[in-house]
Write a protein that binds this ligand. Structure first.
Ligand code: C2E
Ligand code: MG
Ligand code: MG
Ligand code: MG
Length: 273
């Protein structure tokens, strides 16, 4: 009996692994097609300061495939990374953001629009040149652009990342460390890297008021960022209580469904005041 049961489970397991591999291959193939046919979109999610004014937007890629339906970037970005397609996506997003930037700047000359870079982008030796070239091509002011990179992507490529990001900072761009607090335990590196903003991960914000340790760590991260003269942005803010607490602790930027969901350019601009 146990043998049969075991075999049954094995079949189910292998079956689901094959389904998984099949979906990954399907997605990798469809990404190529989506780039060629402009099937991606960029949505923008507001970031507000402590008095509720929108000071920036994060560009987040969206994709609805004809066969696969809505595919989350949390699913397809890692597949794009593994299948050598992330550089093309990054270029596509950058072009789109740079094209749409004048509409944001018209409403607020000091606006910051951020885009996400992956670990593979940082390894790409021509990243800085590409950014520089595109910025002059689209006449983008570097001061309006921020790049977000996760803590782990930065640290895995430390030398290269430091070089690219210090060059970008010299041009006038700012750099934000995404999902901060989830990756590494050592904080010593924080004083050695090219960085403007820490984005405290949503998991800490989620647990505010529910877990004493998350509340404590959140306060400590905000305090530390302020002492290091870094900006601090909280991601995934969903309630007034979370926002009030974060602001009371000295958090300068807030982002989350409470303030606005990611939306197409037309929708965020009409909401802007
Ligand atoms: P991320 O950069 O940490 O972006 C934050 C994610 O949290 C976004 O998910 C956003 O829609 C979501 N979010 C924001 N506020 C809330 C909230 O209040 N509640 C909840 N439940 N979620 C919230 P999204 O757009 O699905 O993106 C997931 C991840 O995919 C991003 O995490 C980023 O790592 C990656 N990604 C998205 N767009 C791009 C892109 O253009 N390039 C690259 N390389 N990665 C991207
Ligand atoms: Mg991000
Ligand atoms: Mg994030
Ligand atoms: Mg995150």
């Amino acid at each position: 009996r146990s043998k049969l049961e075991g075999r049954g489970k094995y079949t189910v397991f292998v079956g689901s692994m094959m389904e998984d591999a099949k979906r990954k291959m399907q997605i990798a193939g469809a990404i190529e097609d989506a780039i060629r046919n402009n099937h991606f979109k960029v949505y923008y999610q507001p970031k507000v300061n402590a008095d509720g004014h929108t000071m920036g937007y994060e560009a987040l890629i969206r994709w609805i495939d004809e066969d696969l339906g809505f595919v989350s970037p949390a699913e397809f970005i890692p597949i794009a990374e593994q299948s050598g397609k992330i550089s093309a996506i990054t270029s596509w997003v950058m072009t789109r953001v740079f094209t749409e930037l004048p509409d944001f700047v018209k409403e607020n000359p000091n606006i910051k629009v951020s885009m996400n870079l992956s670990a593979i982008d940082i390894k790409n030796k021509s990243l800085f040149t590409e950014i520089q070239t595109k910025m002059s091509q689209y006449q983008v002011a570097a001061e309006n652009i921020e790049f977000e990179v996760t803590e782990s992507a930065y640290l895995e490529n430390f030398e290269q990342a430091n070089q690219v990001f210090s060059n970008l900072q010299k041009m006038g761009c700012t750099i934000a460390l995404d999902d901060f607090g989830t990756g590494y335990s050592s904080l010593a590196y924080l004083t050695q890297i090219s960085l403007d903003t820490l984005k405290i991960d949503k998991q800490f914000v989620d647990n505010l008021g529910h877990s004493d340790s998350s509340t404590l760590i959140t306060s400590a991260i905000i305090d530390m960022a302020n002492r290091l003269e870094l900006q601090i942005c909280a991601e995934g803010v969903e309630t007034r209580e979370q926002a009030d607490f974060l602001i009371s602790q000295g958090c300068q930027q807030l982002q989350g469904y409470f303030f606005g969901r990611p939306a197409p350019l037309e929708d965020v601009l009409s909401k802007y005041n």
